[in-house]
Design a protein around this ligand. Sequence first.
Ligand SMILES: NC(=O)C1=CN([C@@H]2O[C@H](COP(=O)(O)OP(=O)(O)OC[C@H]3O[C@@H](n4cnc5c(N)ncnc54)[C@H](O)[C@@H]3O)[C@@H](O)[C@H]2O)C=CC1
Ligand SMILES: O=C([O-])CC(=O)C(=O)O
Length: 268
Amino acid sequence: MLNVGIIGFGTAGRDVVKRLVCNEIEGCRLSGVLVRSVSNHSTGASLTGLLTDDPEHFFSQRPDVIVETAGHGAVAQYGEMALEAGCHFVVISVGALGDAELYNRLVAAARTSGKQILLPSAAVAGLDRIAAAAEDGLDSVRLTTRKPVKAWRGTHAETVVNLDEITEPTVIYTGNARDSARLFPESVNVSAALSLAGLGFEETEVQVVVDPTIERNVHEVTALGKFGELKVEVQNTPSPDNPKTGHIVAMSVCKVLRNLASPVVVGL
Ligand SMILES: NC(=O)C1=CN([C@@H]2O[C@H](COP(=O)(O)OP(=O)(O)OC[C@H]3O[C@@H](n4cnc5c(N)ncnc54)[C@H](O)[C@@H]3O)[C@@H](O)[C@H]2O)C=CC1
Ligand SMILES: O=C([O-])CC(=O)C(=O)O
């Protein structure tokens, strides 16, 4: 059995935890959930003793794999600790890795411990193909991320446009993935995942759009190279608790955990 520790008990974290405690991910069991303050969460009997706000206690449960579902700050705070403790580190707040210094430290820790930093596809599709294409001549990778107005509340978008007055699709960012990941830490992690799969943070081109005409979170990816051409559009159903995050994100984490415990792995 693979012991799984989860950092963060928000939208994505709760969905993953629910599946683990219901034994829906074969070969995996929940060792603990690290939260900022236990008193902020009311949980059912199935989680008794599993939530902790004490990192030492969390690590003492000897997880084999730790999953970050808590935001960029938590990647910086716990990444090295997780790898040095001998755990694989699954990261959904991939944009944090746009900080080159942090990225290098985590990679060094992974090398030393012999463990891996695992980045789920999460909200996007096509990372497998872009990574394969990068083996032999990838020329360009472009991302357009569009989300409905409600998904941009409380983000950097509010400093660019008046969200209450938007009536048509409005571009709020054009640039590279390094800056998009930094400016939209809760919303455009996909740009970082594409960068790490393909051409890196500087060469990956990103456009971000507030779109009052749509209901889903849309990511359009195009890539060109020796392999041919890739065009992928995903339309993610927003999670009821957090419209920024697609429900598929937690399911993608569940798939990574299933892969780690499974004799057969499909879709790498
Ligand atoms: N790779 C991808 O495609 C995607 C990545 N994300 C990333 O995942 C993150 C989480 O998404 P959601 O679950 O929707 O967010 P959320 O805001 O619903 O939940 C995050 C939870 O983590 C907790 N938290 C924050 N810092 C913590 C810490 N240091 N220790 C323990 N708990 C901490 C918060 O209190 C909150 O309960 C987002 O901030 C975003 O960076 C989200 C969607 C897609
Ligand atoms: O869930 C999504 O559609 C994508 C997202 O928030 C991110 O990339 O950070």
